[in-house]
Design a protein. Sequence first.
Length: 88
Amino acid sequence: MDMKHPSARQFTWGLWGLNHCFISLLKLMAIYNSDKPMLKLLTYVTIPTFGYCVLGQKQMAKAGGDVGGFVAICGVQILCLGYLGFLC
């Protein structure tokens, strides 16, 4: 089975979405509880995600796609989580 198969796409997007929801919940809980170690960890996790999105944007642009929104969101998350985890 590969990504061309509809059930593979559904499973993959579902898995990605579920993971995204849990990571988002961790971020919200860390902010709500002022959990500095978790905020720092989540900052470190978001940095490679940002890099991956930047690289993905270059590939997507070649194919006529755009993930600029993900690049922007990840960039803002790095700034916010980093500020809360390291500077507050």
